[in-house]
Ligand binder design. Structure first.
Ligand SMILES: N[C@@H](CCC(=O)N[C@@H](CS)C(=O)NCC(=O)O)C(=O)O
Length: 213
């Protein structure tokens, strides 16, 4: 059976849980307490070179890290990742956008906000991230005004990846009011069969108030 190395408040890991739920694929979970340093053991770093979750181990022992690489691997051969090379590349385009402009911007702000680390970050850094986050939401609003899903007419792993942190922007202190098309896209995704509504706040982990080792 597939193994998922997981940390419940991680929305990067939620992306993988979401896809597994859509696919109805059984898996077992190995929790990694990242704030207690479990990600930085030699054993786990052989599985995930950065020491970050999510990572998976296949039935044959092969391992894979990076949420979007995992999504692409697990979605291969399903409607969530088109077979046509151009359509597939369009999905990749949005997966790269997600890492550069969603996860590392809205995801970071949300993490600092929800774990009480915001007062320990410089004003310059916070304002830089907030401005970048607004640019990201403006892009998503403009793009989603023209089609139902990010890569076209079909729901794909691009939507799953971007949804993970972009839909939680309010937890990062960003208002979503000016973004009606983005709102409608959130509702479309939440209505997909097999959508995984359960997400976990950092507050379930008392260690999350610490800095990562
Ligand atoms: N680019 C990676 C980022 C993964 C990531 O930053 N995971 C966080 C949890 S959301 C983590 O495990 N951090 C611990 C660390 O970096 O030591 C991905 O998309 O999987």
């Amino acid at each position: 059976m597939l193994t998922l190395f997981d940390y419940l408040p991680s929305q990067n890991a939620w992306k993988v849980r979401l896809l597994l739920n859509h696919l109805g694929r059984p898996y077992r979970t190995v929790p990694i307490s990242i704030f207690e340093g479990e990600g930085k053991t030699a054993e786990f770093m052989r599985i995930s070179p950065t020491g970050a979750v999510p990572a998976i181990q296949l039935e044959d022992g092969c391992t894979l890290a990076e949420s979007n690489a995992i999504l692409a691997y697990l979605a291969d051969g399903t409607t969530y990742l088109p077979a046509d090379p151009f359509d597939r590349a369009k999905v990749q385009q949005w997966l790269h956008f997600e890492q550069e402009r969603v996860e590392s911007v809205i995801g970071s702000l949300r993490y600092w906000t929800m774990t009480g680390k915001l007062p320990h970050r410089s004003t310059e850094m916070i304002e830089g991230k907030r401005a970048a986050a607004r640019r990201t939401l403006d892009i998503l609003e403009r793009e989603l005004a023209t089609r139902p899903f990010l890569a076209g007419d079909i729901y794909t792993i691009a939507d799953m990846a971007v949804f993970a942190y972009a839909s939680r922007a309010e937890e990062a202190g960003l208002s979503l009011e000016p973004y009606p098309h983005f709102h409608a896209w959130i509702a479309r995704i939440e209505a997909q069969p097999g959508f995984l509504a359960t997400m976990h706040p950092y507050a379930i982990d008392p260690h999350s108030v610490k800095e990562l080792p």
